[in-house]
Ligand binder design. Structure first.
Ligand code: TYD
Ligand code: MG
Length: 470
């Protein structure tokens, strides 16, 4: 018999090394390499004698198609994020930080589907039956027919799911606790997680049960994270939020059966997650429009407009190297905006600390926020509040030009709905509505124009730290 080959696999990114090394070449993390036997496990098996291949029938791209059959939970924010409900026979991964609310949302979804007459099995590998029951009581789900098991062994779970009537939905909470007899690695390692997930996906495809897998995102990379199985599942949703805030966002990052970039918005209460159908109202709820440094960004999340306040604080520094701190936005992008402000607008920020915060614990990923960020920064530096009824959006290029962004009409419509009457946007925006909106907009060509408009009289900015030729 051939000698068992082992590999050295990074537990953070899954890169395979031929020998043990201290630092992973794939992701640069230290001490994440673990020796594993990658050929062990369900489906794995270069040790087996290869079977002789047989040709399969080739076909064309055109032909009959049908919409994927879905089971709709009735929780509209969840259904929106999944692209209209769970697709039968598909495998979904819900990732997120520990304690963010993954088990909560899935218990609520399980209860909703069960009330709709679906057979739902909830397998908890993290909590004992009593704990799950306690949560179900809190969520008002205890009276439903959701079936519960506390189990972590892959083979036992599969046998349980296959026993009796086929379930419509099976929740596996979580993939990090799964272990299979067929894989020789320790529970929680890449090999075990992959083996378990593979087996669950195969079960979903074979039976038509929708399998929802929970995966914790770990920062230290000690336990194999959801990243290593992202490519195997049909859809990946991330549950995000700031622990200090009540808002939770379910973000679709991959979906083989629907659009990505959709979000579902929830609010954590003492009775579980409450759906938020108008997130803009929520994010703008605690707004203080009169202070300098706040700009309202008219953003888009997939097909849905989201208005959110960007807050900046620019203050003289007492440090040799001024601080730049960002919450809810990309720090590299902030550096770029600061560089453009310095180079093209004559705004000197080298002696200032810069703090940027997106209100409500929300995370912006769109470059369209550039203009709102720049406006907030200039407003804070100049000590001049921006008009309270104005929204901002547009991408800033390195040359200082304001570049157009998509879905202008939707952004304006949402702004109008929420009582805004002005917008600062790219001059070359394509789909500007001609008439009939209650919003007046100023089209901007370049960032220096925006800075000049905010400063009004150049004197205000000059005092606060600009040079002469701006
Ligand atoms: P949980 O779903 O257990 O998180 P995860 O499965 O992602 O690890 O949620 C844990 C947090 O949610 C916990 O800190 C308590 C809070 N929570 C509420 O605020 N209200 C509730 O009704 C429930 C069930 C949980
Ligand atoms: Mg949990």
């Amino acid at each position: 018999m051939a000698k068992a080959r082992t590999s050295f696999i990074c537990q953070n990114c899954g890169t395979v090394h031929t020998r043990w090394v201290g630092k992973c070449e794939g992701c640069g993390q230290w001490n994440t390499i673990v020796e594993e036997d990658p050929t062990a496990g369900i489906g794995g098996g270069p040790n087996r004698t290869p079977k002789k291949g047989r040709p399969v029938a080739l076909t064309t791209l055109s032909g009959e198609t049908e919409d994927a059959p879905r089971i709709v939970s009735g929780m509209s924010e969840l259904d929106r994020a999944t692209g209209g409900g769970f697709v039968r026979g598909s495998a979904l991964l819900i990732g997120g930080d520990p304690g963010i609310g993954k088990s909560t949302i899935l218990m609520q979804a399980a209860a909703a589907l069960s009330r709709g007459g679906h057979r739902v099995i909830y397998v908890s590998g993290e909590e004992a039956v009593a704990q799950v029951r306690l949560r179900a009581q809190r969520l008002g789900a205890a009276d439903t027919d959701v079936l519960l098991a506390a189990e972590t062994n892959v083979e036992d779970i599969l046998a349980t799911l296959a026993d009796g009537k086929r379930p419509d939905l099976a929740v596996i909470d979580s993939i990090q606790t799964l272990w299979s007899d067929l894989a020789e690695a320790a529970p929680g390692t890449v090999t075990q997680v992959r083996t378990g997930v593979q087996a669950m996906i195969r079960f979903a495809k074979q039976t038509g049960t929708t399998v929802v897998l929970v995966g914790h995102v770990t920062k230290d990379g000690q336990i194999a994270g959801p990243r290593v199985v992202e490519h195997m599942v049909d859809a990946v949703l991330y549950f995000e939020g700031d622990r200090g805030h009540h808002y939770r966002i379910l973000r679709t990052v991959k979906n083989r059966f629907g659009p990505t970039d959709e979000i579902g918005v929830f609010e954590m209460s003492d009775k579980g997650l409450r759906e938020v159908s108008n997130p803009s109202e929520l994010f703008l709820g605690e707004r203080n429009a009169k202070t300098p440094g706040a700009a309202v960004f008219a953003g888009m999340e997939g097909t849905r407009p989201v208005l959110v306040e960007v807050q900046a604080l620019v203050a003289p520094t007492s440090l040799g190297t001024p601080r730049r701190a960002v919450v809810g936005w990309d720090s590299a992008r902030l550096s770029m905006i600061l560089a453009v402000l310095e180079a093209h607008c004559g705004v000197r920020l080298g002696m200032h600390d810069v703090y940027l915060n997106v209100a409500g614990g929300y995370r912006i990923s769109e470059p369209a926020a550039d203009l709102a960020v720049a406006s907030a920064l200039v407003s804070s530096l100049a000590g001049l509040a921006l008009p309270a009824d104005c929204v901002y959006f547009g991408e800033v290029s390195l040359s200082g030009a304001i570049r157009p962004v998509s879905q202008t009409a939707q952004r304006l419509k949402e702004a109008e709905k929420l009582g805004f009457s002005r917008a600062v946007l790219p001059a070359s925006s394509a789909d500007l509505p001609r008439t009939g909106t209650g919003i007046t907009w100023s089209g901007m060509e370049s960032l220096p124009d925006v800075v000049a408009q905010i400063a009004g009289s150049r004197g205000a900015l000059k005092q606060a730290g600009t040079d002469d030729d701006g």
